[in-house]
Design a protein around this ligand. Structure first.
Ligand SMILES: Nc1ncnc2c1ncn2[C@@H]1O[C@H](COP(=O)(O)OP(=O)(O)O)[C@@H](O)[C@H]1O
Ligand SMILES: [Mg+2]
Length: 382
């Protein structure tokens, strides 16, 4: 067996050049590794900070081979490489997490089937491949469901909400099948766990994060989540059992609903750094991106100790860009911009981490509180 541990100076191949690739590349460089990005777009967010690039499409076999040639290990920030592409990559270099895990997370049917098979509680769901399936699914889910495309959905895209019989009548005849229908969960809150698992099966979880979405896009994450310690333990154990059940090596975000009755239902998994883990960049000694690189290159996984409370707010184009000047002037706020030129509506342009002394994060925390109102100084002087 080849030694799974790579030494500094080795090259980590990252599939995808978005902000997650950018922040992973910085973490790799900090540990003395080269980051080499596969991206279809030479001027992507990761390009500015990476050691080198392969420019090519994710499904271009020749580009995948050129990319694999340049690297010692392969990981992802973009999950949607085709099955054939994953096979090509796996035939050439170690791929962490493995192609089979990517295949599960790419497809909501595969993901839900796998979670069901592992005995993980999820929302009730139905396979909807045709209008006939749709009629049955709506009936079974009592006309309260979210229809989601099985593949390529992100930030709430490809989703249609049905809250009543009338909504169903208004659905277009030509929905983008195949889809899944998911029963609407009346959740009390949404939480997530970032979990890292190393090449020797060692695991580490970050503190449970609480997430608030707006228009289907993550808006604010709070760390720690406002949940009882027992529930937080349970959430972490759930993430561990999923990572172990999938035999994952790398980093994975597990999104969960806390149902009104206090049960945890898993929403989805993402075997890569996750937006809800961005707070770790300023509130932990080892952040999610460093943990990702450590897991992938085989370095020890340290307990991800959180030294501060944190609120992360996404900066969504174009309106949130106006907040940058204030953030830059406010103590305790760390601005992270992704270098995207075009602030299109709904585009994630950056995020801000607001850092508070540990234990100081107040209870319910909304957008109005997020900027300026609760400057860390005013909290610590209380
Ligand atoms: N079954 C559901 N019940 C209630 N809310 C849901 C459900 N599915 C999704 N949502 C809401 O929509 C958000 C985005 O859905 P998700 O399935 O996570 O898709 P994406 O891949 O776009 O993140 C969730 O974080 C949650 O706020
Ligand atoms: Mg999600």
């Amino acid at each position: 067996m080849t030694d799974p541990v790579l030494r500094p100076g080795s090259t980590v191949g990252i599939v995808g050049g978005g902000q997650l690739g950018r922040m992973s590349a910085v973490a790799a460089a900090r540990l003395g590794f080269h980051a080499h990005i596969l991206t279809p777009q030479a001027d992507c967010p990761a390009a500015e900070v990476a050691h080198s690039l392969t420019v090519g499409a994710y499904d271009d076999d020749e580009a995948l081979r050129r990319f694999a040639d340049c690297v010692d290990v392969i990981t992802f920030e973009f999950e949607n490489v085709s099955a054939a592409g994953l096979k090509t990559l796996e035939s050439l270099k170690p791929v962490r997490p493995s192609g089979s895990i990517l295949a599960v997370s790419q497809d909501r049917i595969a993901e839900k089937s796998r979670l069901d098979a592992m005995g993980v509680a999820i929302a009730p769901w139905r396979n909807v491949a045709s209008p006939a399936d749709l009629a049955m699914a709506l009936e079974a889910l009592d006309y309260r469901c979210i229809l989601k495309t099985t593949r390529f959905g992100y930030d709430g895209k490809g989703q249609f909400r049905v809250s009543a019989r009338e909504d169903a009548a208004a659905l277009e005849a030509d929905l983008p099948y195949p889809m899944v229908a998911e029963g609407i969960v009346d959740f009390e809150r949404e939480v997530s766990v970032m979990i890292a698992r190393g090449v020797h099966g060692d695991v580490q979880c970050f503190d449970v994060t609480e997430n608030q979405h707006r228009d289907g896009i993550l808006d604010i994450s709070l760390a720690p989540a406002h949940i009882m310690p027992e529930l937080a333990d349970h959430a972490r154990q759930l993430a561990v059992s999923i990572a172990e059940g999938l035999d994952m090596v790398g980093l994975m975000g597990v999104e969960m609903f806390v149902a009104a009755d206090g049960r945890l239902l898993v929403n989805e998994i993402a075997p890569r750094p996750h937006n809800s883990g961005h707070w770790t960049m300023n509130a932990c000694l080892v952040d999610q991106f460093e943990m990702h690189i450590r897991a992938v290159v085989g370095l020890p996984l340290l307990p991800p100790i959180r030294h501060s409370d944190a609120v992360m707010k996404n900066l969504i184009g174009p309106q949130d860009m106006a907040l940058c000047d204030t953030i830059l002037k406010t103590p305790g706020q760390a601005l992270h911009l992704y270098g995207k030129a075009d602030a299109r509506p709904g585009r994630k342009m950056g995020h801000v981490n607001m850092i508070f002394p540990k234990g100081a994060l107040p209870g319910p925390f909304g957008l109005a509180d997020a900027l300026g109102v609760l400057a860390p100084a005013s909290l610590s002087s209380k």
